[in-house]
Design a protein around this ligand. Structure first.
Ligand code: NDP
Length: 443
């Protein structure tokens, strides 16, 4: 890094102990060197220095009472990173690993992802270090209500529109929305991922997983390959993983392995998705239960082990940094020719470099998983119109959006002399729209 080195140095100095945030910024800045060389006016106006500093960071106390009457205190976060092209938009994550650095890395990525969708949405992210695992419905409800009691004053349909992420699905969005409505006495599209009967969009729940497969389908097609007949491994067994499995299977692939944070299952007949949904969505149990229903399948402890399974296409859909250098080496040695990131930043920088240098078809998260937020923006549009589109209408818009994102990433990569490097293409294409808006607005 040359022109932008001082920006990276500053980020490290001003945001100590936030390695995930540093990692996300470094990956983007490395890609933006040629843009900085081409646009000295943006360097002079400190657009690069401004874009790495959130517009606003909110940290708050979330007290709640468990079923035994005992008090607990968690920490809530909302980072409103960039509103140059639209209201802040990005999910809420409830997981014990959440801290301000994690929320900033996710919020930073969200700026470029949202820009790539072509829709008018800025970047934000939030969440809490609350652990929903093992909590009763009542405990989840009380936590969500307490969380919204503070968050509500910072959000709004034209200001900031949160959605779900890890640990925040339809149930949690329901509790959060109910509390927002009670406090503000208004029925507006302030959250996305809502239930279908109260402002939600058809195809939102499927959108990230489906969108990932639509994006990868384009990337595979460009190299004369397809999902048809491919063996696919998908990490995670949450929202993104489940619908990635469904769409990949529909497109002719066989998904042979899935996981949760404890371990992974392998089923040579192809994973039975109904069983996964029963275990994860209804019973909320561990993935190890799968072998009780399908004795031919195997369960192995340890979440990284899934990358030892031989496959043609890998779709990491669990969490950040789940594919490290060793896992990437194993995937490549086993003949994997395509990797599509459903999760946010699931590959370490070393892993990404290995994929690019080995000519693996690589779909980076901010492009490949943008279908979720794109459909959230479609939910916002339907809320504003007080109207709803059919599943087919939303799905066809999603397909079009993912195809456009692929084309934008691919053509931008070529334009800057990095043929086939979708990482660089996504970073540059996502950045330019936001930078132009920031420059024009003088902010
Ligand atoms: P869910 O909570 O529905 O599922 C998460 C899955 O990942 C679960 O199977 C979970 O296992 C596993 N997982 C979570 N944390 C870890 C960990 N530290 N180590 C190993 N496995 C883990 O979340 P989503 O499916 O919504 O999100 C998955 C990823 O996709 C995240 O990176 C998210 O940011 C990203 N994403 C999600 C979007 C969406 O629309 N939902 C949009 C764009 C990106 P367990 O059950 O054991 O916790």
């Amino acid at each position: 890094m040359q022109i932008l080195k001082h920006v990276m140095d500053d980020v490290i100095k001003r945001n100590p102990n936030e390695p995930e945030f540093h990692q996300a910024v470094e990956e983007v800045l490395l890609s933006l060197e040629p843009v900085a060389a081409k646009h000295p006016e943006w360097v002079k106006d400190k657009i690069f220095d401004k874009i790495v500093e959130p517009e606003r960071q909110i940290i708050f106390r979330v007290p709640w009472i468990d079923d035994k009457g005992e008090e607990h205190i968690n920490r809530g976060f909302r980072v409103q990173f960039n509103s140059a092209i639209g209201p802040y938009k990005g999910g809420l994550r409830f997981h014990p690993s959440v801290n301000i650095g994690i929320v900033k890395f996710l919020g930073f990525e969200q700026i470029f992802k949202n820009s790539l969708t072509g829709l008018p949405i800025g970047g934000g992210k939030g969440g809490s270090d609350f652990d929903p695992k093992g909590k009763s419905d009542g405990e989840i409800k009380r936590f969500c209500q307490s969380f919204m009691l503070e968050l509500n004053r910072h959000i709004g349909e034209n200001t900031d529109v949160p959605a779900g992420d890890i640990g925040v699905g339809g149930r949690e969005i329901g509790y959060l929305y109910g509390m927002y409505k009670k406090i503000n006495n208004e029925f507006t599209g302030v959250l996305t991922g809502k239930g279908l009967g109260w402002g939600g969009s058809l195809a939102r729940k499927e959108a990230t997983g489906y969108g990932l497969c639509y994006f990868m389908n384009e990337a595979l097609k460009a190299k004369g390959k397809s999902f048809k007949g491919a063996n696919v491994v998908i990490s995670g067994s949450g929202n993104v993983a489940i619908y990635a499995n469904q769409k990949a299977t529909e497109l002719g692939a066989k998904v042979v392995a899935m996981s949760d944070s404890n371990g992974y299952i392998y089923d040579s007949n192809g994973i039975n998705l109904s069983t996964i949904r029963k275990i994860k969505e209804v019973e909320r149990k561990r993935i190890s239960e799968y072998v009780k229903y399908h004795p031919n399948a195997t369960y192995t402890e340890g979440f990284r082990g899934i990358w030892n399974v031989k496959c043609d296409v890998a779709l990491p859909c669990a969490t950040q940094n789940e594919i490290d250098e060793n896992s990437a080496k194993t995937l490549i040695a086993n003949g994997c020719y395509a990797v599509g990131e459903g999760a946010n930043m699931p590959s370490t920088m070393d892993a990404v470099n290995l994929f690019i240098n080995n000519k693996i078809i690589f779909g980076p998260a901010k492009a490949a998983n943008a279908g979720g937020v794109a459909t959230s923006a479609l939910e916002m549009a339907q809320n504003s119109m007080r109207y709803s589109w059919t599943f087919e209408e939303v799905d066809s818009k999603l397909q079009e959006i993912m195809k456009n994102i692929y084309e934008k990433c691919s053509s931008t990569a070529s334009e800057y002399g990095f043929e086939d490097n979708l990482v660089i293409g996504a970073n540059i294409a996502g950045f330019i729209k936001v930078a132009e808006a920031m420059y024009a607005q003088g902010i």
